[in-house]
Design a protein around this ligand. Sequence first.
Ligand SMILES: [Mn+2]
Length: 448
Amino acid sequence: MDDQVPAKLLTTLSKAADIVRGHDFIQVYSHYDADGVSSAAIVAKTLLRMGKELRVTLFTTLNDRGVDIIRDCKAGCVIITDLGASYIDKLDEMPFDIVVLDHHTIISEAKRIVYANPHLYGIDGMTSGCGATMSLLFSVAVDEKNWDLVQVAFAGIAGDRQHINGLTGLNAFLLSEGVRRGFIEELPGSLIPSGDLMTELYLMTDPYVRGVSGDKDGVAKLMGDAGISNGKTYMGLTPEEKRKLSSLLAVKLASQGMQLSSMHEVARNRYFLKGLNMDAEVLSSILNSCGRAGIGGTGVAAGMGDARSLEAGIRTNRESAAMVVESMVELDRKGLNQMDHIQWFDTSDSGFTGMLCGIAMQSIGNPDKPTIGLNMSNDPVNISSRGMWRQLDKGVDLSVAMRESCASVGGTGGGHKIASGGSVPSDKVEQFLKNLDKKIGEQLGSST
Ligand SMILES: [Mn+2]
């Protein structure tokens, strides 16, 4: 791995491995999303194989309170994955061994603790290496036998959507090793979902297909039109059936305004995890659902290879996919509210608002406008926002836009350029939307 992984990173990782070897008990902290759960599962499995005792704690976000929890954890060694970049200075002052494996924007470099982050080596942590990537590299620095866990790393990569425009940097290295060692197979993409078609077409939201997603009769009619019998899976389709079904889907998507480029994005390559017999995106979705449903521990156990936990995760994932598709049908019925540079909708506080932003923008909305989801029945009103890469290329930065627009009406906000959140007082929503619309307009104007 020497020529594709920066030497400085290798040094950091072997230092991390040495530190961990010197402890019997390790406390692991991670994020509760798919990347965080994958990261935690990889690290936990690695520690277990080393014969270590451990505990995993997941945070929805790392804030001052979380940092206090870490400070008081009473462990001699702490590993923090998919989190930590914004608190390096505070972690540096804590009187025990700490390893941080993160990929978020760098604020400071570590002086005492061991800190690995793609950005430290000139690699883009937004596209070319996520928390699970760093966790896997740590794991194989401990022992090359841990390369099988590259399958779990791919759930993290897919969860942070770093595979959308093709794999680059450290992720490309993980793929080449994963394929070479027989753990991963790269397959051509399709508009057709993988798995049992009757179930998966109904639950499909990537993309959302009007009159099919969340519509049992619509699914039955589509299958009939394509001449495909019930009970078939994607893998069981003949090439002719595949062609027929995907062209029917493409026609429907085009008629609801989805652009060809978005369809190509949907039909991105699939990464088949041979040991788990599923796509990376499917595992990612399962782990993500576990984290969101408050059973992150089940997700971590599933990622570690526990069959019963994986079954439980699959059930939870189906339930949340059903809720998401039902919310999307409702949102499609109401439509998106258009402003000059953004589009927005109001929805119940389901915890899926960010996801709905992404689905709506890609499938039924204007793909050139960042999409804002509000939970207006709450006070303060919670806000999610999502952009697309092509918007970022034109100058959109939702992290800055949300931070400033929320603050302009007495709220708070921030996050990533492509995905950001916030909250504002309920009587200031209208003003907030105006300010955000203006701010996005300025960002688009200033880049040309
Ligand atoms: Mn991440």
